[in-house]
Structures are given as C-alpha cells and as structure tokens.
Design a protein around this ligand. Structure first.
Ligand SMILES: Cc1cc2nc3c(=O)[nH]c(=O)nc-3n(C[C@H](O)[C@H](O)[C@H](O)COP(=O)(O)O)c2cc1C
Length: 639
C-alpha cells in the first residue's frame, strides 16, 4: 500500500474526475496582459500540470469590467479569453490535470491606482483596507453582473475548461451580498443568498456541462450559514480557504505567512462536513499532512497553492517516493508580495517559478569543481544548483552554521519556522556538497582548492554610521540581539530605519526577555519593506508584547543615559528619551568579497546575493542559482 494512498486516489467532482486530490487553487499570477493570459501564464500552469497536480483552478477572473480587482485581473467577459483558455487547456490536459477557472467580482474591493473605475457594491459602505468608497449597485446592474457570470461560464466552456468556481470567499462581491453589514439594500437582493443562488442558476443553465464549485472562507460565519444551501443547489464541490480581504487582519488569513500554524484549515473545515466534496487549502505544505487531512476525513482534496508555487513537481515527487528532492514552501510570502507589487509571480526558494519560459534548466556539462564562498542563501543556492547538475562542489562558510541571515532571523518568532523550513530544504539540496564550516576564505585559500570556477556569496553585515555619536548608553546591533546578546539595563530603544525586519525581530526578543522596549521607526510604517501580511503579524505581536512604537523618528545621538530622536518629516522636532541601551537596526552593507582578487588571478568567478548589495532572500537565491549556471558554463572542464 502506498503511504500516500488517499492523496493519489481519484476523485469525482460532479461530472469531472480528478486523477489525484492535489489542487493548485486559484491564485493571481500577474502573468496577464490586457486582462488576457500571456505565454508565461500558459507555461506556468503547464509546469504545475506536468508536475502532477490533479486540478488547476485558474485565478480570480472578472465576470464584468466593474469586477476587476487589479489592472492584471483576467477579463472572463472578454471574447478574446477563449483563445487563452484553449492554450492553457491544450498545455495541461495532456498531463491529465483538470482545468477550472474562478469566476470573480471584487465588489467594493479594488486594488489599483488611478484612474480606477467606479467601485460597485450591494450598498455604499467604504472598505477599510484598500480605502475604496463604493456606490450601491442598481437592480439593473445586479442583473447585468449575474448575466456576466453566465457569459463568463459560456466562454470558459468554449475555451475547453472543465469547470468554474464561483468565488464567494474573502468578502468579495458574493460575500458582500451575504453580509447584512454590507448589504443594506431595500430591494429583493437584500435577501443574502439570493445573489449566489441567481449566479449558480445562471451559470448552470448557460454552461450545463461544466463542473460548478463555490469557494468560501471557512472562518466566516456567513459561509457556514450558506453551506447547507450549496448541497441543495447541486454544487459539485466547495473550496475552503480562510480570510477576509477587506481588513488588515482578515487579509493575513488569505495567504498566512510563517509562523502561522501550518494546519490552520483543518479545524475550520470540520464545519462543512456532510455537504459537497471539500477542497481544503491554507498552509498545507507537505504531502504527508495533505494525506492526513484526507485520511482523517477533514477534506476530500487538498489545495497546496504555495507548496506548488515553490515546487510544481511536488505531486510527482511524492508519488514516486522522491520526497528528498522536494523544495518546500517556507511561508515567506514573496509570491503574494509580487502580486501586491503588480509584478509577475515569483518564489523566493524556486527561481524558475514565473520564469518557466525564460529560465530553462541547466543541462549537465562536463564535471567541474565549483568552490562557493559563503553559506547563506545565495551560496546555498549556488552549491545546490551545481551539485544537482552533477558538479563537484566545496562550500566554505565562515561561521559555525549555514543559512546566513535566514538562520539569524530564525532566533525570532517571525523567522523560526521559516528558517527551519529553509534549512531543511538546504540539507536535502546540499547532499553531496562538501561543506566546510568555520573557514574564512581569502583568494589564496580558495585557489588552494584548485577550483574550475568560484561563486562568491559573502553576504552583508550591519551598517554603522561613523558620524553617529553614541555615548552614555550601551549600544549593540539588532544582529547581536538575534545572536543572543542582551543589554544589561531594563529599558531599550530600538532605532530602526524601517527596512529589513531585524529591528522588529530584536524588539520582540527584547520584550520577551523582560525589557521595556520602545521601537523608533524612521519610515512611514514599521517594516515598510516587509510584505504586508508578515508586517501585520509583526505589529500584532509587538503591540501584544507591550512594545511602544514611535513612528517617524530617526536616531540623532545618544549621551548620558538618553537618546535623541528627530522627526523625519518635521526635523526641528527633536525629543530626548531616557533609556539604558540602544539597539541599532540601520540597514546593511556588503561584506568584503575576494571576487576581484580571484578574477585578477584568472579564475572564473561570479558574485551573488547581498555582497553585491544587500536585498532579500529572493534575490539571493535567484542570483546564487544564476551565478552557478553562468560560472560553470565559463569554467574549464575537468577531465
Ligand atoms: C499570489 C497569490 C494569489 C492569490 N490569488 C487568489 C485568487 O485569485 N483567488 C482566490 O480565491 N485565492 C487566491 N489566493 C489564495 C490561494 O488560493 C490560497 O487559498 C492561499 O494561498 C492559501 O493556500 P496555501 O497555503 O496552500 O498557499 C492567492 C494566493 C497567492 C499566494
């Protein structure tokens, strides 16, 4: 008996048979141009089908021009979408994957900048997260949108799709109708479920051959109330996610980052037992957990969206017992950060995601010896790529452990599970690499290893401003706090420039160690460059830990048991705060690199990651991978 026997059992969803129970649920890719799929979009989904997903649900696709969430939302009402659907269907069907599309209307939710179309909603209730101020739909407009669902279903059928999924989740239009706080109409549409029922009827009669599912937020009471109706209406499946897009905190649930519990969906799913088959999704990242969800009766199928963003071959690897090759999602949310930035989908731990057409795999050439200097994410990625393609690799790391800043951040609550997942991937990917720890390698030490090629990924260190006078208080860096050092005194000010999260991490650790902490942030928002869902959770934890957040203050100096802070917008406003210690999180600078010395001595060498200029995990892994590919193509072949 296969250890994952439930996961790989076929499943019927109405008229459609899935060959297994792993689903790539709807997610916007931003691989969209003029509201139509691009070639990159087709290749992206083809990779997930080839990797073995049983069902792919294409992203939220607007049923009407008024329902476009962003400038990159697919227009399911556009006749031109049929050709796009056909291309995707032709690319995924040969791998036995079934293909659905999520039919969507954002209602009062809009993400985008001017010029925006008027926002339409059941009633005129402003929305707090995107700060949209909608007007109430007329009854005629409601009819038009219902007809839009029908037309979108017709186009999906013409495009060769197998099913449609009505988004009634995340407090978008359908759920807005279900919500008495947002539906204050005085016509027949006031009856909450009426809109959903009208949509289901319209879609069924317009495209009777399609499988029809409904997506709900399992943590919404409105969803629980409507669940019984779905069975009565003959809905073929229900897709259970979490979250509410209209609030800061609710939106975190849609794509919850680490450290949110990996199995948060299991409990909520129990409330939907006995209805149509359930596809449950959210932070299910490994096949064994997915198997257990089905075996325990929590679900009939499992959505593994980010797990498949990180590794499209997860189903095939799980099925053939190649779990040691799995690239596990680390929950960093780089994928959804790209969506919010309006840039094509990408994954911090898999540079090929979103670049399926642009980043073909390196084919193994003659075996060469690669020396990698630096065992942070960029160095690990370079070494992993080289060993995967059959090269001999020596990885040199100065500190006693691998992982660089990811491992460092692993000391704090936000980074703990992320670092564990990252290092778990690294341990598997580096099998066969000779790792030498505690080696501070200069050019001579590297050349003594007789490399054919070298990747330098020496990383970054904290920036110390030489003009900053710090006297009369204990001063240490946020990195030192992450390394386990604590200031002696009881009150601490963390001076945070607002970029990387080390100041936030240090604040949390200091508060947990019983210090009274003020976090002075010199930016619009704390953690301005951290993805908003991670930032929301940081703020939640910091407020709960009693950390005082002082916005828009930069550090001027410290003397005699106090620090001076200046308002970044009104610099004449300077205040003095009495503290025992100041912790500095003022940005990073590149570490020294032996790359030019090596190049000067005729070695094929490339740099990768923060030693080129400090950035995020995503750039480090991308550049490490590309550096290995580039430099190995240049280096001399080993006999
Ligand atoms: C980049 C991105 C875009 C998403 N877009 C949609 C969407 O269009 N419709 C939807 O219902 N959910 C969307 N989601 C939510 C996912 O379908 C899924 O519920 C969520 O990622 C949690 O599952 P996971 O932990 O398996 O990733 C999106 C998620 C991501 C990461």
């Amino acid at each position: 008996m296969h250890a994952l026997e439930h996961l790989f059992r076929p499943l019927a969803l109405g008229p459609v048979a899935l060959h297994n129970r792993i689903v790539s649920t709807a997610h916007q890719t931003t691989l969209v141009h003029d509201h139509l799929p691009t070639g990159d979009f087709v290749a992206y989904h083809a990779a997930r089908a080839q990797g073995g997903a049983g069902l792919i649900v294409l992203e939220a696709t607007a049923v009407h021009p008024s329902g476009l969430l962003t400038p990159h939302t697919l227009g399911g009402y556009l006749p031109g979408i049929v050709a796009g659907y056909r291309e995707v269907a032709a690319a995924v069907h040969p791998f036995e994957a079934r293909l659905f599309v999520q039919l969507f209307h954002g209602g009062r939710e809009q993400i985008g900048s001017a010029p925006r179309a008027p926002a339409l909603a059941p009633s005129a209730v402003p929305t707090p997260r995107f700060r949209v101020e909608p007007r109430a739909l007329t009854a005629a407009e409601v009819d038009e949108i219902v007809a839009g669902y029908a037309q979108a279903a017709v186009l999906a059928a013409e495009g060769g799709l197998d099913g449609v999924e009505i988004s009634a989740a995340h407090r978008y239009l359908v759920e807005q109708f279900l919500d008495p706080a947002l539906n204050r109409r005085d016509d027949a549409w006031r009856a909450g479920p009426r809109f959903l029922v009208a949509v289901l009827h319209a879609v069924r009669s317009a495209a009777p051959g399609l499988c029809v599912g409904v997506r709900l937020s399992a943590d919404s009471e409105r969803a629980v109330r409507v669940a019984g109706l779905l069975a009565d209406e003959g809905v073929d499946y229900v897709s259970l996610a979490l979250g509410d897009s209209s609030t800061y905190l609710g939106s975190v649930g849609i794509v919850p980052p680490a450290p949110v519990d990996e199995n948060a969906i299991a409990q909520a799913a129990g409330r939907f037992e006995g209805g149509p088959p359930r596809i449950v999704t959210t932070r299910v990242v490994d096949p064994a957990t997915a198997e257990r969800l089905i075996a325990d009766g929590c679900a009939e199928a499992v959505g593994m969206t980010r797990a498949l963003i990180a590794d499209p071959e997860l189903p095939a690897k799980a099925r053939s017992g190649r779990l040691h090759e799995l690239v596990r999602c680390v929950g960093c949310n780089a994928c959804i950060a790209h969506y919010h930035a309006g840039t094509p989908i990408a994954c911090a731990v898999n540079p090929e995601t979103g670049r399926e057409l642009r980043l073909p795999r390196m084919v193994a050439q003659a075996r060469r010896r690669l020396v990698v200097v630096g065992g942070g994410p960029a160095g690990i990625a370079a070494a992993a790529e080289a060993v995967r393609t059959g090269h001999e690799v020596v990885l040199l790391e100065r500190s006693p452990g691998l992982g660089g800043q990811v491992a460092l951040a692993g000391a704090a609550p936000a980074g703990e599970s992320l670092a564990a997942a990252f290092l778990d991937n690294a341990a598997r990917q580096l099998a066969g690499v000779e790792v030498r720890l505690g080696v501070d390698a200069d050019a001579d030490a590297v050349l003594a290893l007789e490399p054919d090629a070298v990747v330098v990924a020496t990383g970054a260190r904290p920036y110390r401003d030489p003009s900053l006078t710090l006297g009369g208080v204990e001063a240490l860096s946020a990195w030192e706090v992450l390394e386990g050092r604590l200031p002696a005194g009881g009150s601490v000010l963390v001076a945070d420039w607002g970029g990387d999260p080390s100041g936030l991490d240090a604040s949390e650790l200091l508060a947990a160690a019983g210090r009274s902490v003020a976090l002075a942030v010199a930016s619009h928002a704390a953690g301005e460059t951290v993805h908003q869902y991670r930032r929301n959770l940081y703020l939640q934890r910091l407020y709960r830990a009693g950390v005082t957040v002082l916005h828009h203050r930069e550090l001027v100096a410290a003397a005699d048991g106090a620090v001076q802070l200046r308002n970044v917008f009104a610099p004449e406003l300077v205040e003095t705060v009495r503290v025992d210690a100041v912790v500095l999180a003022l940005g990073r600078v590149p570490e020294a690199s032996p790359a030019s010395a090596l190049a000067g001595r005729g070695t094929a060498v490339e740099e990768a990651g923060d030693c080129r200029s400090p950035r995020s995990l995503e750039e480090a892994v991308l550049e490490g991978t590309l550096a290995a590919r580039g430099v190995l193509a240049l280096g001399s072949a080993r006999p």
